[in-house]
Write a protein that binds this ligand. Structure first.
Ligand code: ADP
Ligand code: MG
Length: 578
């Protein structure tokens, strides 16, 4: 694990911009350079002010940054840093369009190490708010610049400690058309908080302090990357988060992730940072999903913070006004690298402890997991499903734990005692999960249909067939076109009887087809599974439970838990016996 560092940036690729910021002077960019810079609205809402002011503060090489806002930033935003400050003679230049100290020529973009480079933020902010910049190169110096809604610039002397404080009041006050688009203070505050969090995650070695509206002040001391992510992650992930690092040619990867047993049903748990900026990049988040996909059921997504550092020459941030999107050279090679590193990291998790057999490597609930009334269950002894076995070493024979089936309740849950714990198992979710794994591993066991399934070939079905032929082959569905119909002649043997569901799947209109394969398995598994309200005999129930307790991943294909577990200790506590 890396150790916290205070002033020096953690990355070897980022040293220039912050090394001697005071020596750099502000100038207005030559027109030909200015014209090559991606234009666009940088300041649309308060969160954008927070982002731009934080970028500026971070480019000044600070140890500590303090952020404050009122009414979600609409009334006030203030960002203070103890970085290099602005040269007193440069202060009036800072609010001019295209005035920057960070680049001079277009070539400088090739070796860009700062967050800013367009010289647009302060001039845009000055035009739409009441702006103050108070800055000093050394303790005891200091000048204060004031501009009211694009009016004249005034400068006065006022001593302060080294660093810069920028205060933005009354955003869009005299622009009713823009102000109208602001949301409530509450939701603007949420967006501001996201800006703050993104910057704090990108710069863990800098101390961040936040005073947001009436909330108590929060301090994030300088930290390692892992600690900084923990400070912002869902607390239930805390101790389970882990860090992996790797380098390859022109890329350095650090990744903080939760074991695959933790998942979400959307992609919001995947965050990508490139050269310390949070970016939105479909290819990179998909590279993460591919790696986790081997270990997580369909429809569930990991918690993963990807921090990439690339040689600036390999990436172009000059394509999006907010630098949210980037162009990476050789993206495929980079994606493959990310997937490989993560997969290699996740694979051994399936196979670790010789004493216990194959173990899903989570702490058992009693080890440090906060004692709650009931905890998610993590089986200690499992045998791998065959799809996992393909990528892991052969499993050890594991002793079969004793299981006592107690009965079904509410016509949905199976209750059992096992190894001193009480389990309540969702029979549908459990069965669905087993069927999902079966379908995935036995897609090649096909069966010809005596009566082929015919689907009318409207334009949507044709388009779907053309785009997803290979995927259908992979999942075991074979079909051909015959005039105005799509004729399915072979399906996986396990799917016998599901023809109507398959027909529906083929005909359904859909926009996003990214996770189609998983969606297919999840949907078919759902149809194959015992439902709520279905009574199971004791033998059937026991068989289901035994299979389910040997899964490495106690979640259904939609990411819901399969069971909850209550320990004897929990019962004792609840009954006041301890
Ligand atoms: P950019 O960051 O793209 O250069 P800005 O309009 O955001 O453009 O800022 C203009 C200039 O003002 C910067 O290049 C930098 O020299 C100076 N500046 C702004 N904020 C700070 C700060 N907090 N500390 C030191 N210099 C700053
Ligand atoms: Mg800037």
């Amino acid at each position: 694990m890396e150790s916290p560092r205070r002033s020096s940036p953690t990355s070897p690729l980022r040293s220039g911009s912050t090394s001697d910021p005071a020596s750099r002077r502000i100038h207005v960019l030559r027109e030909d350079v200015a014209r090559k810079i991606a234009a666009g609205e940088v300041i649309d809402r308060p969160y954008a002010v927070v982002r731009e002011l934080l970028d500026n503060a971070l480019d000044a090489g600070p140890r500590r940054i303090q952020v404050e806002w009122e009414n979600g930033g609409i009334d006030l935003i203030r960002v203070s840093d103890d970085g290099g400050g602005i040269h007193p003679e440069d202060l009036p230049l800072a609010v001019l369009p295209h005035a920057t100290s960070k680049i001079e020529s277009e070539q400088d973009l090739e070796s860009l190490k700062s967050l800013g480079f367009r010289g647009e933020a302060l001039s845009s902010i000055a035009a739409v708010s009441s702006l103050q910049i108070h800055s000093a190169l050394q303790n005891g110096d200091g000048r204060l610049l004031t501009v009211q809604h694009g009016g004249p610039v005034r400068i006065t002397e006022q001593a302060r400690a080294r660093g810069t404080t920028v205060t933005v009041r009354d955003l869009f006050l005299d622009l009713p058309a823009r102000r109208k688009f602001l949301k409530s203070g509450r939701s603007e505050a949420l967006a501001c908080r996201r800006s703050f969090e993104e910057k704090a995650l990108g710069f863990p070695e800098v101390e961040f302090v936040l005073r947001a509206d009436q909330a108590p002040t929060r301090t994030y001391p300088p930290a390692s990357l892992l600690e900084r992510v923990r400070a912002f992650a869902d607390p239930s992930l805390g101790a389970d988060l882990q860090l992996t690092e790797s380098t390859w040619e022109w890329a350095r990867l650090r990744c903080v992730f939760a074991p695959p047993t933790f998942s979400r049903r959307d992609r919001a748990g995947i965050q990508v940072f490139l050269n310390r900026r949070r970016i939105v990049d479909f290819g990179l988040s998909q590279a993460v999903q591919f790696a986790f996909g081997d270990f997580q059921p369909g429809g569930s997504f990991p918690y993963c913070w990807l921090f990439l550092e690339l040689d600036p020459a390999q990436v172009d941030f000059n394509i999006h006004p907010a630098k949210r999107e980037v162009r990476i050279r050789r993206p495929d090679a980079l994606h493959a690298f990310v997937t490989r590193v993560l997969r290699d990291e996740l694979r051994p998790l399936y196979h670790r402890s010789p004493e216990l057999g194959d173990v899903w490597p989570l702490r058992k609930p009693e080890e440090g997991r906060p004692a709650t009334g009931s905890t998610m269950a993590y089986p200690t002894t499992v045998s791998l499903p065959s799809w996992a076995r393909e990528t892991a070493a052969p499993p050890h024979p594991a002793p079969r734990p004793s299981l006592r089936y107690l009965g079904q309740i509410f016509r949905l849950y199976l209750v059992a005692e096992r190894e001193g714990r009480l389990y309540v198992v969702d029979q549908h979710a459990a069965h669905e999960r087993l069927n999902f794994d079966r379908l995935r591993t036995r897609a090649h066991e096909r069966q010809p249909l005596l009566v082929p399934l015919e689907v009318p070939l409207d334009p949507e079905v044709r388009e779907f067939w053309e785009a997803n032929r290979e995927m259908l082959e992979r999942v075991g569905v074979r079909a051909h076109l015959d005039g105005a119909r799509l004729v399915v002649h072979e399906i996986p043997a396990l799917m016998r009887g599901l023809e109507p569901d398959l027909a529906r799947f083929l005909q359904e209109p859909r926009g996003d087809t990214r996770d189609l394969e998983r969606e297919f398995y999840a949907r078919m598994a759902c149809r194959m599974s015992v439902k709520a309200n279905q009574e199971l005999g004791p033998e059937e129930a026991t068989r289901l439970l035994e299979e389910v307790f040997s899964l490495p991943e106690p979640r259904c294909p939609h990411g819901r838990p399969l069971w909850i577990e209550i320990t004897e200790a929990t019962l004792e506590r609840l009954f006041g016996r301890t």
